[in-house]
Design a protein around this ligand. Structure first.
Ligand code: PSU
Ligand code: MN
Length: 312
């Protein structure tokens, strides 16, 4: 039987800077691109893409924004790549399952948490920063819509720093799924699971980490136990003073959910639809809270990557 497997480097390409950092065991932080292409409005999104990379650098790590360009999964984008992600009309949103088709058909797209986690881990990156994870949608009993993020995190050895899961979701159901799937969840300096735009979702979290070194310790323990390659979720809340006003959040989210139902928005389109509705419906306040959360996550991810690279 002839082998049909392509060498990884034809489909996954680290930038020179990322490849060098990984070879030296230097800290690297993966950054997601769907938040840039589908999660944030233009033209702010391009500024944010650059800013997040800068935050990771200031923390002492090398940023690796991940996206698929013309069929190749790039681990680390240059300025032209970032610009394509932020501005290319009709850019696809690629989950893990879309990667083979995108590669074979030379397509381009931004990667979600599921695709980014997979690609980062394949490239040898252990720490990843995003905004809020995908999860179980509120209409799950009717639609069975559960983000592929959760399944991927149950079989990928990566640490994801996030502000919890998006508050448009069914948060308790999502936490339950993470428990069932064996994904380790810890709050960073909090006993409550963050609420993405909000400092807290009101749901408790079992483990609390105080320092990046403690997070790196959990990662080492994951490896020491071996077993299923599960993720570590470090849930890092947006500071209270930068959160979206909870009453405004609840009111506009209810409107957004009603609008999505009326307009029959489903599948991959639902998350960008709801996030976009919230930005407009809160006069941009949700955007500021989202950005504050993502910035904090990029910073903490950089510090965890540094602690991880320094070893025990
Ligand atoms: N975090 C944000 N904004 C986003 C996302 C995360 O602050 O837009 C994206 C991530 O890429 C996540 C995706 O994987 O939303 C979830 O989409 P879905 O619900 O269709 O799986
Ligand atoms: Mn979905």
């Amino acid at each position: 039987m002839p082998t049909t497997q392509q060498p990884t480097d034809t489909v996954i390409r680290p930038s020179d800077e990322v490849a060098e950092a990984l070879a030296q065991g230097a800290p690297v932080v993966a950054l997601e691109s769907t938040i840039i292409s589908h999660g944030l409005p233009q033209p702010r999104n391009l500024e944010v893409a650059a800013e997040l990379e800068e935050i990771v650098r200031e923390a002492g790590a090398v940023p690796a924004t991940i996206a698929v360009l013309d069929g190749v999964a790039h681990i680390g984008l240059d300025a032209a790549g970032l610009k394509r992600i932020a501005t290319e009309p009709g850019l696809r949103k690629l989950g893990f399952r879309d990667l083979p088709a995108a590669a074979a058909l030379r397509a381009s797209g931004a990667t979600t948490v599921s695709a980014t986690s997979f690609l980062a881990a394949r490239a040898g990156i252990r720490v990843f920063a995003t905004g809020g994870l995908g999860g179980v949608h509120r209409e799950w009993t009717a639609t069975q819509d559960e983000s592929a993020d959760l399944d991927m995190l149950s079989r990928t050895r990566i640490t994801v720093v996030c502000a919890g899961v998006k508050s448009i979701l069914d948060v308790p159901a999502t936490l339950q799924r993470l428990e069932t799937k064996g994904v380790t969840v810890a709050g960073f300096r909090t006993d409550e699971f963050p609420g993405f735009y909000l400092h807290t979702s009101g749901e408790p979290v079992d483990w609390r980490l105080e320092t990046p070194e403690e997070a790196a310790g959990v990662m080492r323990a994951q490896d020491a136990f071996g077993g299923p390659e599960t993720a570590l979720i470090v849930a890092n809340p947006v500071p209270r003073e930068e959160q979206l006003d909870p009453d405004l959040h609840d009111r506009v989210l209810a409107e957004a959910l009603a609008a999505a139902e009326r307009e029959k928005v489903t599948g991959q389109a639902i998350t960008p639809f709801l996030l976009g509705y919230l930005v407009r419906g809160t006069g941009g306040a949700s955007l500021e809270a989202n950005l504050a959360a993502v910035r904090g996550n990029a910073r903490l991810a950089g510090r965890i990557a540094l602690a991880w690279s320094r070893g025990a």
